[in-house]
Design a protein around this ligand. Structure first.
Ligand code: SIN
Length: 281
């Protein structure tokens, strides 16, 4: 197994490994250590079938149910998909899911620890996925700002009244199951113990105990800070890439910058997480 760092802060590419078959326990442990450190792992050349993808994702944890059933493979309920064929086009622009930086299902009491994708079909140009390191973004804040925000919490709902994007419309039955949860603005990673900003502008409904406009100004400031290119790893997909990221250490975003007539299709699996813990200075 070869490991190559992708940026100084986050991301590692792992080659010389075959994830289509079970891996031994020692390798599994090494991969989990690498995951806690680098937060985004890229495995090129793994054109996994859905059952192989399930097996590979389980190296890193337990499968989590997909929330939107219409984007799930009928024979494999834990395997979702991101497909251009299911998306609306408005004024010639594809309305992709996951545009603007976010962390998955932050309104869940136990948000997914990780999300992973396997690229089945990709457009000839565009459609990259970007990741930013919210641990490094927190590390770089001033001591005064750190002290101010480590005690703050925000209510995360299905769709914030100030959301910069619209979310997929859910059936009344699916909507009935959607929780809303108060989350810390700064979380402690359960394995690495590193602090990270926990932001999701699509779902954050202000900040507890703060005047509304001041709360959104602070969220906006932190979001702009955390999404600077210096914190970014941008993944350019190749067919057969398996990429897994840690939702407690990075935010990610999709890009709608490709020809809507071209086909982009990726399998998607999420892994169960636990309740988030506030970081204490
Ligand atoms: C997502 O899962 O948020 C979308 C990622 C992508 O399709 O690039």
């Amino acid at each position: 197994m070869k490991v190559k760092k992708l940026t100084p802060a986050l991301g590692a590419e792992i080659s010389d490994i075959d994830l289509s078959a079970p891996v031994e326990e020692k390798i599994k442990q090494e991969l989990n250590t690498l995951f806690a450190e680098h937060a985004v792992l890229v495995f090129p050349g793994q054109p996994l079938t859905p059952p192989q993808f399930i097996q590979a994702a389980q190296i890193f944890g337990l499968l989590m149910e997909q929330q939107i059933k219409k984007f799930t493979l009928p024979d494999y309920p834990y395997v979702g998909f991101n497909s251009t064929k299911d998306l609306p086009i408005v004024n010639g622009k594809l309305q992709v899911r996951g545009e603007n930086y976010h962390t998955d299902h932050s309104n869940d009491l136990e948000p997914p620890k990780a999300t992973s994708l396997v690229a089945v079909q990709i457009p000839t140009a565009g459609g990259d996925t970007q990741f930013v390191d919210t641990r490094k973004a927190f590390d770089d804040l001033s001591p005064e700002l750190k002290e101010k925000i480590v005690i703050l919490k925000s209510l995360h709902v299905h769709e914030s009244s100030r959301s910069p994007r619209s979310f997929a419309k859910l059936s009344p039955e699916e909507m009935g199951k959607i929780p809303q949860t108060t989350q810390p603005l700064v979380i402690e990673h359960p394995e690495s113990k590193r602090p990270a900003l926990y932001l999701n502008t699509g779902r954050m409904e202000g900040i507890e105990g703060m005047e509304v406009n001041a709360a959104y100004e602070l969220i906006d400031f932190l979001y702009k800070h955390a999404t600077q290119p210096k914190y970014e790893y941008r993944h350019k997909w190749r067919i057969g890439d398996f990429v897994i990221w840690d939702n407690r250490a990075v935010m990610h975003q999709a890009n709608a910058d490709y020809d809507p007539k071209e086909y982009r299709y990726l399998y998607r699996i999420m892994l169960k997480g636990s309740a988030l813990k506030s970081f204490k200075l």
